[in-house]
Design a protein around this ligand. Sequence first.
Ligand code: NAD
Length: 232
Amino acid sequence: MKHSIKPDKLVVFTGAGISAESGLQTFRDTDGLWETHSIEDVASVRGWQRNPELVLNFYNARRQQAAAAQPNAAHLAIAQLEEKYAVTVITQNIDALHERAGSSQVVHLHGELSKVRSTRDPQRVYDLGAKAIQLGDCCDLGAQLRPDIVWFGECIRHWDLAQSCFATASKLLVVGTSLQVEPAASLLHCAPAQAEKIIVGMEAPWRDYGYSFVQGKATARVPEICKRWLAN
Ligand code: NAD
């Protein structure tokens, strides 16, 4: 499909690193969640089949922490970009800190902590807020509820929309992602050659995506970039 660049279209692509300074652990840093939990146990269909209680408890804890966390300066600066640009935030995050900072177009590729769905009918999705779910909590068909999270091996959400947002953006800002999770990371290749493209992170990306790299914490670097884009 052919896409044309829209001059005021700005895409922000985020990962767990943007929420780290709000107190939410990332997955892969040295103090990350994978240090204490195995991916296979808590983020795969097999893990769910083996021990659903462990999985529910893991996400109950994440949901409670995310609800208690506050958006930080990076989330807030991104929301402010809407004063000048048509902004779409495409996030791998399952927290709602972008929405709570005021971003109006947020696309969650990997699901949302505040939602649960039926294990019998994936279309039956319920808003849970910060509440916990337990074994025995069922949908109206009588089937167990599970977190509405995309686990390893499951299909990413909103793929076509994410690709077309990347392909039509004149500015792209990537923040706080290790770019290890596919297919999400491959979205970076959909960006137009002539777009202004920046990656913000603690360490340089593991492969060259053709984006400029700005090293540092999201709360320091993102407001600087957003201020410049609002002024230009
Ligand atoms: P990741 O844990 O693989 O990588 C996080 C990246 O952020 C690392 O490159 C790290 O160096 C960087 N980082 C850490 N602190 C930072 C800071 N203060 N400022 C800027 N960068 C910082 O996370 P990922 O790439 O998002 O991918 C893994 C999966 O993690 C996603 O699918 C997502 O669903 C899930 N996840 C989400 C949350 C959340 O919603 N807050 C939390 C943990 C994991």
